[in-house]
Design a protein around this ligand. Structure first.
Ligand code: LLP
Length: 402
């Protein structure tokens, strides 16, 4: 990435997110290539970064979309991703969302409980349709990641156990309105260990074979997302080994592999750039106060997540400080006890690996407008979301004041 953050700051002001689209292309291509021995669909997990231009870029490369709300489904459709490449997942789908997903004729709805399967059947019947579904299996495997982004244990709310999954497939077999086309499993996010993935894939593949034995052919084997990225000095899962561990379990099965990466495709491609406002010392504690805040990038506050941070153009004599934003919360920080050089008003600070779950988790807390988003592609920058202004923030309230 050879992005001139300073030039972008002059042109678009700060804070901003910038995404390296060429890097996104590389990530997508690497993963897709790893699965080249099979029919595969890389369905981008839109929740990681749902900017229309990002989704469109991945769609143009051939990606499908893994969505967790009908809003995300509509984003994918809006930028030209075909319905037959769109998956709708999520533990609590609303009736209207299920209805719309069926009407839009997407590839499949990933169902996460018996009760939900029942709702899907009722709604499909009302519409006189056959709903294409997959069941999300919870294999009860510890993914060895942060507890907040771990989803593959029975103590987590996601998916159903194997016995329930079997019952659900039998129900589909006996229903005119349910067509079980897929099987799904996602054990967690920011995974850096292959072993838990391997174990869960084996469990799910065994179920596929059991279903085949009772004449239920599953066409899509959805292994979820979760591939980790570098925030600090993580050793990553090799995508070829990842693919290999999936493929070796599918021997003899005519099945398309689906994966749902979010962070892997966009995480390392994004940087959040913010500007130093002030420095101060409280007692002996040094604070660097910047114009970005937890409402723009909440990962450090929410998960105590580590992001690499650099003061652009300075590296001399670093000393410990907390890098904090203007929001009125003690939890508003980007890093604590981090070594940074002395800064001055208007110095730029880059916070790396912010392309996934950065902007999408932003809020308007403290009536702060969401920041600008910029794409960088082929050496050129372009705005892909305007910075929000005060008028945007009050637009839906204004008419109600007396
Ligand atoms: N598929 C399903 C069913 C998921 O729940 C998720 C993420 C993904 C795919 C994509 O996972 P990825 O490839 O990005 O790891 N906000 C948290 C991450 C939450 C992940 C939620 N589910 C963070 O900032 O770390």
């Amino acid at each position: 990435m050879n992005i001139n953050f300073k030039e972008l700051a002059n042109k678009y002001k700060t804070p901003y997110y910038v995404y390296d689209f060429d890097h996104i292309t590389e990530q997508y291509t690497q993963l897709k290539e790893s699965f080249k021995a099979r029919k595969s669909l890389v369905a981008y997990a839109v929740k990681a970064n749902s900017n229309l231009s990002v989704v469109q870029h991945l769609g143009n490369l051939g990606a499908g979309a893994d969505c967790v709300s009908i809003g995300e489904v509509k984003r994918a459709l809006k930028v030209g991703i075909k319905p037959y490449k769109i998956i709708f997942s999520g533990v609590g789908k609303i009736d209207d969302e299920i209805r719309e997903a069926l009407e839009l004729n997407i590839l499949m709805i990933n169902v996460e409980s018996e009760a939900e399967l029942h709702r899907v059947e009722i709604i499909a019947k009302e519409l006189n349709k056959e709903a294409r579904i997959s069941v999300r299996v919870n294999p009860n495997i510890d993914p060895q990641t942060h507890p907040y982004i771990s989803t593959g244990l029975h103590e987590n709310k996601f998916g159903v156990d194997i016995d329930t999954a079997k019952r659900m497939y039998i129900k589909c077999k006996n229903s005119e309105h349910l067509d079980a086309v897929g099987i799904h499993c996602h054990i967690g996010s920011q995974l850096t260990q292959l072993e838990p993935i391997k174990e869960s894939i084996k469990i799910v593949a065994d179920l596929v074979r059991n279903l085949k034995a009772i004449n239920m052919e599953i066409s899509f084997f959805d292994i979820g997302g979760g591939l980790g990225i570098v925030y600090d000095n993580e050793i990553l899962i090799d995508t070829k080994e990842y693919a290999q561990s999936v493929l070796e379990n599918l021997f003899g099965l005519d099945i398309t592999v689906v994966c749902e990466p979010g962070r892997f495709l966009v995480g390392n491609c994004g940087t959040f750039v913010t500007k130093v406002l002030y420095e101060k010392i409280n007692g002996s504690k040094r604070f660097v106060i910047v114009d970005g805040a937890m409402n723009d990038l909440i990962r450090p506050s929410l998960y105590d997540a580590y992001h690499k941070i650099e003061v652009l153009g300075k590296s001399e004599n670093p000393s410990e400080c907390n890098i904090v934003g203007p929001v009125c919360e003690s939890g508003d920080f980007f890093a604590k006890n981090r070594e940074l050089p002395a800064t001055e008003h208007n110095d730029l600070i880059a916070i790396y690996s912010a392309g996934a779950y950065g902007f999408t988790m932003a809020s308007n807390y403290n009536t702060r407008g969401k920041v600008a988003e910029i794409a960088f592609e082929n050496g050129q920058d372009r705005l892909i979301r305007k910075r929000e202004v005060f008028e945007d923030l009050i637009a839906l309230e204004e008419e109600f004041i007396k």
